[in-house]
Ligand binder design. Structure first.
Ligand code: FES
Length: 76
């Protein structure tokens, strides 16, 4: 069994690397969603894709600006 990775891309999508293509992607209606390339695909994080839930590159045109790293909450 290979390792599934979820990679947060800087200013871009969530990239899913699943060498065996075993991850199950399911919509809010419970219906399965099949990526065109099950071993490597990207989930839109900017909200502008016309191919949701997948990234179609619209984040580049939009100038989507989000760090890949988690930002800790301030503790006051
Ligand atoms: S993150 Fe790529 S289109 Fe939204």
């Amino acid at each position: 069994m290979s390792q599934v990775k979820l990679i947060v891309m800087k200013n871009g999508p969530l990239r899913v690397s699943d060498p065996d293509g075993e991850i199950e992607l399911v919509g809010s209606d419970g219906e399965p969603i099949t990526p065109s390339r099950p071993t490597l695909f990207s989930i839109c994080r900017c909200g502008a894709s016309v191919d949701k839930p997948f990234c179609d590159g619209a984040h580049s045109r939009l100038g989507f600006d989000k760090a890949a790293e988690a930002v800790p909450e301030s503790r006051e």
